[in-house]
Design a protein around this ligand. Sequence first.
Ligand SMILES: N[C@@H](CCC(=O)N[C@@H](CSS)C(=O)NCC(=O)O)C(=O)O
Length: 292
Amino acid sequence: MLLKFQFLHFSTAFSPKFHKISAPVIRITKFRSQMGSSSYTTSSASSSKLLFRQLFEKDSSTYTYLLADASHPDKPALLVDPVDKTVDRDLSLVKELGLKLLYAINTHVHADHVTGTGLIKSKAPGVKSIISKASNAKADLFVEPGDKICFGDLFLEVRSTPGHTLGCVTYVTGDGHNQPQPRIAFTGDALLIRGCGRTDFQGGSSEQLYKSVHSQIFTLPKDTFVYPAHDYKGFSVSTVGEEMLYNPRLTKDKEAFKNIMANLNLSYPKMIDVAVPANMFCGLQDVESKAS
Ligand SMILES: N[C@@H](CCC(=O)N[C@@H](CSS)C(=O)NCC(=O)O)C(=O)O
């Protein structure tokens, strides 16, 4: 598949740029198991190159993920779905592990917490924020389906998974010999473990979500790890195969799914009126000129 663009691989003199290229750079490497540790960690998916940490923000039950190419001399890294309240913790971890943070990326415009991307940019100059173009939010870089976000020799592929919000995307680790195996999907709120994101605001659509999950996530290899943006039941990780068998909503047919989603009767997230406007600007409400 031809790529519309690919972010440049990290170099010592760090300077992220947009480049249109026709194919990813693939190098073959060996894999070995690597356990991770932090304040809250799983380490189910790993390779000799990937440093991976799952971090938790308890007030909104949000997961933030830290990924880095540990085999690269500069250890280029990115954070998926950082939360404002835990930015200091996350940046300390980045420093302790000797990583060079390149990107702070969001799966979507969150409604229940303020994203940490703007705060990270103010505390770690040079870090670029990323969100989907379809989100209509502000960021330094906008991704579209099929785009790749490179960090060292590793990359995340962008898959469009609207339904919870209009601009939701799922980031999936690359498919190739030098990429982590099994693959890892960061599903945001599109697919939760034994659940899924609600579809009753922010351009949500149960019809669209059903299509997104079935066409963009359930088509990944069954051993692909599923790491969502939230968990409310104590789960930390699942797999595509597991969710295809046991997800109580998405194993149903489309009409039954739509009926379930129409009758969730969830109260609105407590922070929605603060979080959504702020998150349209990387969490930096009223700082439009700085927000990118
Ligand atoms: N009680 C929380 C919000 C809980 C909630 O609505 N979660 C969202 C994801 S964050 S917008 C969701 O989609 N939940 C699906 C579900 O089935 O629980 C708060 O007040 O913030």
